[in-house]
Write a protein that binds this ligand. Sequence first.
Ligand code: PNS
Length: 164
Amino acid sequence: MKVIAVYPGTFDPITNGHLDIISRGVRLFDDIILAILRNPDKEPLFPLEERMEILSSVVARLPNVRVESFDGLLIDYARSRGARVIVRGLRALSDFEYEYQMALMNQRLGPDIDTFFMMPSEAYSYVSSRLVKEVARLGGDVTGLVPPEVEARLKRRLAVMGRA
Ligand code: PNS
């Protein structure tokens, strides 16, 4: 039986830390669905369509990874896709509290679906979308922290916003 995993997130933008988790996931699961939350409370830098485009492009060479968006409860979405696993990356202890609460809530809502935590390479243990955006916004170099395509799009997006 195929094991389908959903890797949910805001991915605003995707970082090399996310990609590291995805490349570990493809060794473990038959299919991985990258699921972008459609209406996060946070105001995203990149519109959903652009995040879908970026994700699709950076995982294009991985045949068993696809990109979708979702709304509503993650557990309902995962079930609708026949997924038995939710993948989340754990970097430092500071991630734990939030991830633990989400995993237990999802376990209560859907005991048939398990959350699977993976640690990215230590090289990315401090990388977050939030910090990448902050550094890029303030003119710092984010080379190596995000795929080159994201780096270029960050420059473009921030320039457009600066002009607005
Ligand atoms: O990358 P993020 O922003 O930390 O991802 C958060 C995400 C998308 C995994 C989380 O907000 C989510 O699952 N939202 C869907 C709504 C939901 O199911 N809420 C209850 C989960 S405990």
